[in-house]
Design a protein around this ligand. Structure first.
Ligand SMILES: [Zn+2]
Length: 544
């Protein structure tokens, strides 16, 4: 009931007739501006011209694709086309080529979008004030785990300083590559050098044959392993039953029951292989949500899991890549979040949790794949099941996944802080005057200086639709790391049944039927902390 009242307040039902009309107009105007802002980014079609010599290092195959070579024998590269931009930034040997291209990318849509953005942040601020909030960030985060803008800012600042040692080392690794390539001991690393040296670094230091790893993950045993792992952790039995109404041959139906009470908890459909017209990613969706119907009856949920695994080969079964296995564990986490619900109302059941928390329960279970004990339950060569995945391969993979992670997260922190600077400020006149300078300063302090005269905010698509929400990615990662760390240090490790039961009870079954902060606290026995996340990435750095 409280939640419904809050929603009414947030929509402006507490306001006078006049104010409500005004609010409606403001919302309409904001929607129009937001659409314009995104469109200007998406439709930017600037072209930069480079000679073949300037594109030294860029793969020949890439340069051969049509529309790149123009009538003058030079090449048209579009900074707004992600694949063209990234390929050149990763591979062009000449720093000046990369600088020019990045400069063009950062200046795209600048003239059109800066005035629009200024109006957007002002309108958001005015709307928040009208509804009784201090800032737009306070309004946006009120129903999220973060709760208010100040808490988000504290989080981002803690992360910036916590990441500092790892960030510095990552930067130095890349700078050393530049020193080696240029012969200049004092070579400085710039933002337009990052993708180029990152690409080299990862290729040279973390060479893993990811295709070759597929042999350890044949589909059927991997699925059985997935069910076994979730079964152990959450105390479940997962059994295939006859599908009364298959929408396609490949779709199978499973029932999930509690392994003590043998009560069924829910059903899920598994749709495994690609086919024409099918959604081409991996996703979990709710078909019937969980909800209490009466004093006696609880409507158990039904969910669907859409996958697109490689079809079996002529002589081999379907073999999954490690990324696909990770995605499977992740999406199945969403399934379990839906199925294990005990929430009274469907609007609070399962995955109906705040946006900055919804990925956390699934991300926690991704950590199981870093543990040899877990992997040994199912990861084995498809031709010789006793041949388990070697520990050093697991370690190498873990290192590769965490390579330059300090750099990546500091970029995220810079974007998060920029988002907050625009949406949690109380002096809008000041923001309007100094928008570009303020945000460029954050880039420089927290990450790298952008090309001079540019304004990354004009191209920051998240400001339209994910406003005051960018922090959410890292927020979810940090909380997942904290929850997973409890398992890592527990007596039973990642397969600890007591801790699994606690995770099910306090996090998975609760959904949004209580504040997720309370759920996290109930599981951890304390407030969440950024420390386990930071410790983990510190432990996964390459030493000289
Ligand atoms: Zn997800």
């Amino acid at each position: 009931m409280q939640d419904v009242m809050l929603d009414y307040k947030r929509l402006g039902y507490d306001l006078s007739e006049d104010d409500r009309k005004q609010l409606e107009g403001m919302n309409k105007e904001l929607a129009r501006l937001t659409t314009d802002f995104s469109r200007n980014i998406n439709e930017a079609d600037d072209v930069m011209v480079f000679t073949l010599k300037e594109l030294e290092g860029v793969p020949e195959g890439f340069l051969k694709q049509k529309d790149l070579l123009n009538a003058y024998g030079t090449y048209d590269i579009r900074p707004g086309v992600a694949n063209q931009y990234m390929t050149v930034m990763r591979t062009a040997k000449l720093a000046e080529t990369r600088r020019r291209l990045m400069d063009a990318r950062f200046k795209q849509a600048m003239d059109a979008n800066l005035p629009i953005l200024a109006k957007m942040v002002q309108l958001r601020f005015d709307i928040a004030r009208k509804l009784g909030y201090k800032t737009w960030a306070d309004y946006q985060t009120e129903k999220r785990m973060a709760g208010d803008g100040a808490r988000v800012k504290t989080f981002l600042k803690d992360m910036v300083s916590g990441l500092e040692p790892r960030f510095k080392e990552d930067v130095e690794h890349l700078r050393q590559l530049k020193v080696k390539e240029t012969g200049d001991d004092a070579a400085a690393l710039h933002m337009w050098d990052l993708s180029y040296y990152k690409n080299q670094y990862i290729k040279d230091e973390f060479a893993i044959d990811r295709e070759e790893m597929r042999r350890f993950f044949p589909l059927q045993p991997t699925l059985e392993g997935l069910f076994e792992v979730y079964g152990i952790v959450f105390g479940l039995e997962i059994q295939e039953i006859e599908n009364p109404d298959p929408w396609f041959d490949d779709v199978s139906l499973y029932v999930v029951s509690d392994n003590k009470t043998h009560q069924p908890l829910g059903l899920f459909y598994l749709d495994m292989f690609p086919r024409e017209g099918k959604y081409n990613h991996f996703a979990q969706f709710t078909i019937v949500p969980g909800a209490r119907l009466s004093d006696e009856a609880y409507q158990r949920p039904t969910v669907g899991l859409i996958c697109n695994f490689p079809p079996p080969g002529e002589e081999s079964p379907s073999l999954l890549s490690f990324d696909e296995v990770t995605t499977l564990f992740h999406e199945f986490g969403h399934c379990m979040h839906s199925i294990l619900t005990e929430a009274k109302y469907a609007r609070f059941a399962g995955t109906q949790v705040p946006q900055d928390f919804v990925e956390t329960p699934s991300q926690v279970l991704e950590y199981w794949l870093t543990d040899k004990n877990v992997l040994d339950l199912f990861a084995g060569d498809w031709q010789d099941r006793d041949k388990k995945i070697p520990q050093d391969l697991i370690d190498k993979l873990d290192m590769a996944e965490n390579a330059l992670i300090g750099l990546d997260y500091r970029a995220q922190m810079a974007f998060g802080l920029i988002d907050m600077e625009l949406h949690n400020h109380q002096n809008m006149a000041y923001v309007q005057r100094n928008m570009v300078e303020m945000t460029n300063d954050i880039m420089k302090e927290v990450y790298f200086a952008a090309p001079s005269g540019s304004a990354m905010i004009a191209n920051f698509g998240h400001l339209a639709g994910y406003d005051a929400g960018y922090y959410g990615y890292a927020w979810a990662d940090v909380i997942a790391a904290d929850l997973a760390e409890s398992f890592r240090v527990s007596p039973g490790g990642f397969l600890d049944k007591d801790l699994g039961a606690l995770l099910r009870k306090e996090i998975f079954s609760k959904g949004n039927s209580r504040d997720v902060n309370d759920s996290v606290r109930a599981f951890l026995g304390r407030d969440y902390s950024v420390v386990p996340f930071l410790k983990r990435i510190e432990a996964r750095k390459v030493s000289e």
